[in-house]
Design a protein around this ligand. Structure first.
Ligand code: K7E
Ligand code: CUA
Length: 668
């Protein structure tokens, strides 16, 4: 029995719930409750379901708020990182149904990603780290492209913390279009966000290393020879690519850069980057050194870097700033950045993590993992301190330190383990509390419902140990509000047991009311760190590719596109090129015969123009599965090094005659 009182209050609660749902979207064909008459609500059938499932009024309300009737769509889409699964998960909100998995750094055989196709091969080659292809990544922070600080629905950027890389996803086809590797750093983290018109994607380092990381320097020379950095990658929208040779990097001390908050509105042109381990500790337990978690948490304060990137950009254009080139990257040395007045530090408590600007860019909320407060810095005060050169000395690298008390606007006591902050459309801020397992809601300089400024107004328990949270549009200049998702690190008892590795748990929370309301639990795969929620109608994805023979990676017609009637096999010595088409329900050609040792190239065009008529090309025993969407051309090649008979077939169930959609490769 779940809630005895609940049952007594049920009828009233249900009526209330439904009243609150005046906002419930009803398509014209669906009859509203009002139309069918209120009494139908309390039909014996409905009541018996509620009783049998022991639902409280709150449960019923949550169910109705998240229910998206069959055939109807969600209003929002959430892009959640898949963490060490190396992908991005796309959910519909409020239903929290999983709509797609976008592979970026990891293989995915469903989408023919990394199992033989040339496009993934090219992407993975772009993303080599220290010369080696990486077939996985650790995705932390999805960032949607913005125009004037608002999501424009065109691109998604994700960082790979493990290998210091960035992936670009084109939201016309929800496919990875580029992977870039920063040649200077082994790992990244604050590669979180883009500037307010997506001029740059901003990537900060994580763990210090020599610049470049592929040069050796002993850890005993950590302070002298190791460094951090922030790299500004210009984004060419028409090409959908980050442009390395126009990028610039500001060298930073070997503190561990963590997360970055992007200036916007009044603070556009500036970026704020948290650091921890300003102790510059490095691990060596064999020498009796304390573990890093202790050694890197000695100081009461770490530093937030304050960087005027807009000024660096214009100095570079004017040729007025000294740079050095390392591994093809333009790097502004720390001393030069200080001399030009583009780099400052501010003390921030303690082992900071989130660094999040409010929608109009006036305030920066910083959470110290080991401090119970959110510390709110004022951009205005920071500017004033810089103007008046009101410093409290410099750090060991000569970077001026602005005075904490002169730059802080407020500190709000929230609870234990505060991490990340986002904002809603009403003027509230929300901070995740890892140790408290809660979401704290607090006011900025004005209380939207007349509350005191800078005050905690509510805490909602979540389950358990929340990392990031995300509010719909919550990092933009104009949040949508409405929904918040807590991305929890532990799920413990929240899902049916599925072995010792528990799922991660996402929790959908309604933030429209005076009190936050937990709506649903969504156990999921990988470790979603951060997520971004966009209005579904802000996206305009393709339903099929615009022309036959389209290469999704290049965005152009493929030179190997094959039109119907032009299918052929071209032999050139040991090279055999097969120009193949696929259409329901056959391949042409459907028989390929080669000699052992031949190098076989298959260029496969899906000439179907019907939506959803994707075909597969699964070649037995050669570790190849292609997925060819309507209109696309996909290429693969392999050495036919084993003799035998190898059927291929369409691995996507596309028609009643599906199992007949096959062919034979024979190798003699
Ligand atoms: Cu807090 Cu890498 Cu954004 Cu995870 S990070 S929680
Ligand atoms: Cu095409 Cu199955």
């Amino acid at each position: 029995m779940k809630n005895i009182n609940g049952k007594i209050k049920l009828a009233a609660g249900l009526a209330l719930a439904l009243a609150a749902l005046g906002v419930l979207a009803l398509t014209p064909l669906r009859r509203s409750f009002a139309q069918i008459g209120g009494s139908a609500l309390f039909s014996p059938g409905l009541e018996s379901i509620i009783k049998a499932r022991e639902l409280t009024p709150g449960d019923v309300e949550a169910a109705l708020k998240t229910f998206v009737p069959p055939g109807s769509y969600d209003d929002y889409m959430m892009f959640a990182s898949g963490g060490q699964a190396g992908n991005v998960l796309v959910f519909g909100i409020p239903s929290m149904r999983l709509l797609k998995n976008i592979p970026v750094f990891s293989q995915d055989s469903w989408q023919g990603f990394g199992v033989g196709d040339h496009n993934t091969r090219d992407l993975f080659n772009q993303g080599k780290a220290a010369g080696q292809v990486q077939t996985w990544g650790d995705v932390h922070h999805p960032a949607l492209s913005v125009t004037k600080g608002l999501y424009d629905g065109e691109f998604l950027f994700v960082n790979d913390k493990a290998n210091g890389r960035i992936g670009v996803v084109d939201l016309r086809d929800f496919k990875a279009r580029q992977i870039v590797k920063n040649p200077l750093i082994a790992t990244n983290h604050c590669g979180a966000k883009v500037t307010q018109d997506t001029e740059y994607y901003v990537e900060g380092a994580q763990f210090g290393n020599p610049l470049p990381y592929t040069d050796f320097a002993p850890l005993s020379r950590y302070k002298e020879d190791y460094r951090g950095l922030v790299t500004f990658w210009p984004f060419d929208r028409s090409a959908g690519k980050l442009v390395q040779d126009k990028s610039f990097t500001v060298e930073l001390p070997p503190y561990w850069q963590d997360l970055g908050g992007m200036g916007k509105g009044v603070s556009h042109g500036w970026v704020f980057i948290n650091t921890y381990n300003t102790e510059m500790a490095w691990p060596d337990s064999s020498q009796g050194k304390p573990p890093i978690e202790i050694a890197a948490s000695q100081r009461e304060m770490d530093y937030m870097h304050v960087i005027h990137w807009k000024k660096v950009e214009s100095l570079l254009k004017a040729g007025k700033i000294k740079t050095k080139t390392i591994k093809g990257m333009r790097v502004v040395p720390i001393a030069e950045a200080v001399r030009q007045g583009v780099l400052y530090n501010i003390g921030e408590p303690k082992s900071p993590h989130g660094c999040d600007l409010n929608p109009d860019g006036r305030f920066i909320a910083v959470s110290g993992k080991l401090d119970p407060h959110a510390t709110i810095f004022s951009f205005h005060k920071i500017m004033k301190a810089i103007e008046t050169k009101n410093y409290e000395g410099t750090d060991p690298y000569g970077i001026p330190i602005l005075k904490f008390k002169d730059t802080v606007e407020a500190q709000v006591e929230l609870g234990l383990g505060p991490l990340h902050t986002e904002y809603d459309d009403k003027g509230y801020a929300y901070t995740s509390l890892f140790l408290d397992s809660a979401i704290a809601k607090w006011t900025l300089d004005k209380g939207p419902r007349g509350e005191k400024p800078w005050t905690l107004v509510e805490k909602l328990s979540v389950h358990y140990n929340v990392g990031h949270l995300t509010v719909a549009g919550g990092d933009t200049a104009k949040p949508y509000g409405k929904y918040l998702v807590a991305l929890n690190k532990w799920s413990l008892d929240r899902a049916l047991p599925v072995g010792p590795l528990h799922p991660q748990n996402l929790q959908l929370i309604d933030i429209t009311g005076e009190k936050m309301q937990l709506l649903s639990d969504v156990p999921t795969v990988g470790e979603p760190h951060y997520a971004a929620i966009i209005k579904a109608d802000a996206l305009k994805p393709w339903k099929i590719y615009p022309e036959i023979g389209f290469n999704p990676l290049t965005g152009k017609k493929s030179p190997t596109a094959t039109l119907p009637g032009k299918e052929r096999v071209v032999r050139d010595g040991k090279n055999v090129h097969v120009y193949m088409t696929a259409i329901r329900s056959h391949f042409i050609p459907d028989r390929v015969h080669v000699k052992q040792g031949d190098h076989v190239y298959v260029h496969l065009t899906n000439i179907d123009r019907a939506q959803d008529a994707t075909h597969g090309f699964a070649l037995s025993s050669y570790n190849i599965n292609l997925s060819i969407d309507p209109g696309a051309t996909v290429d693969t090649d392999f050495i036919a090094d084993r003799s035998g008979v190898f059927p291929w077939y369409c691995s996507e169930f596309c028609s009643a005659l599906h199992m007949e959609m096959m062919g034979y490769l024979t190798v003699k």
